[in-house]
Design a binder for this molecule. Sequence first.
Ligand code: AMP
Length: 542
Amino acid sequence: MLGLMQSQPMLISGLIDHAERHHGDAEIVSRRVEGDIHRSTWAGIAVRSRQVAHALDQLNLLFSDRVATLAWNGYRHLELYFGVSGSGRVLHTINPRLHPDQIAWIANHADDQVLCFDMTFLPLVQAVHARCKTIRQYVALCDADKLPPDSGIPGLVSYEAWIGGQPTSYEWPTFDENSASSMCYTSGTTGHPKAALYSHRSTTLHAFAAALPDVMSLSARDSVLPVVPMFHVNAWGIPYSAALTGCKLVFPGPAMDGKSIYELIEAEKVSYAAGVPTVWQMLLGHMKPGGLRFSTLKRTVIGGSACPPAMISAFNDDYGVEVLHAWGMTEMSPLGTLCTLKNRHLDLPPAEQMKIRLKQGRAIYGVDMKIVDGDGQPLPWDGKTYGDLYVKGPWIVREYFKGEGGDPLVDGWFPTGDVATIDAEGYMQITDRSKDVIKSGGEWISSIDVENIAVAHPAIAMAACIGMAHPKWDERPVVVVVKKPGAQVTREELLQFYQGKTAKWQIPDDVIFVEAIPLGATGKILKTRLREQLKDYALPAA
Ligand code: AMP
């Protein structure tokens, strides 16, 4: 017997319709490429997303055709999020930090038909457009009078001219909620990137789950600053959850330095911010010397790579801002876990609470997880046993776009490539990417733990721990560090700093000082590149 409730497909157009009707006057504030501040509302975004849909119809774009973006976080990008997917096309957000060859490869692989780009990326588009075989319309995200007269890009139009004369009403089509809505290529460190292809259903379910109180906890009372880019896993789904809840959105555009972010937080009364640790490092670095304070910021969700304990303490103890540590990945839309305390933790002493907060958190409803050994057998949830982390759920990939890489699942589970522990209360802690874990004398050393201790030292700005081949122990950890400007610390002092903070055999064998640590397109440390750079390095004799 079937239930007798209405069956209505969960479509992204429904999110923007809701935001317009119920939160039409909530503001969408953007710092533009030009540097000025632009103000719109959910109603304004809705109107212009319908104009985008008309512009795409005029190009005779078919259902599921791909529309690519190379763009910062801003109102025009938001309009494309809803106009492209709402009209049944697929939004393909390209990471502009990728190598131009990779961008051309991705655009061809995705069969992109249209490319909308911020003016920052004009030189990039000029460099790759001749190689992008399927793109038939280039759109510069700017006013008509800002369009360069001789860009060399055939048929280039300004976004404002492109959508300007279009009707403001549009009947969103109704279709199967399992249809593709957007796509994002993984920043694979080997071989070509592979694309996660999200659906209207997966995106809407993720938006619901992400908005829950123990997840992102978004509401119509919040002013939300997503610093996490809209070109990387849909800015963790915040644009969709924001439409669902009707919160105010504040977009930083290209200005992600500490000063610009701080000014925006204060000017727009931001209560909630989301970003990767490197961005917050810049923000805290800007605030400390001038003794600046937050007047409205209450919570910040930090993920994408492990949040160092020193950062959690700084936000919490020095600024009264709650840190929500999150974990996920492109293949998971991206949210998998989020770290919030349970009722029974509220009376624990701060040091005990901190131990929990450092973990990547509890699975959010919809995500099932397990840790397994090398034979795929489940391992205990005791907070100590390490294993390969597997996940499944309705917003986790089943297969990559065009079947690349074959069937990624193992008995229906997606192997994340992360190594983790899970404790008896279900809190998961990432110890490493499986290829980065250091195997020393039959035991595993977590590179994240080694890095966290290094960055807790006042002179260290950034640290990366890698395993080096060792004749007796198989591998031994070394820590590669970048000093803070003007700060001094010696190898011996840093090794001494590890004493008492971790088991003796987990203390690195050496410290290597470098000017910079290589980062990938999503701001994560490129350990493969680091290993190449250190291929001639030899461990000090014991
Ligand atoms: P991406 O698909 O580029 O977002 O990368 C996903 C990967 O980033 C995960 O598989 C983890 O290895 C890493 N990651 C994301 N969030 C965290 C976190 N909070 N702590 C540690 N690693 C993380």
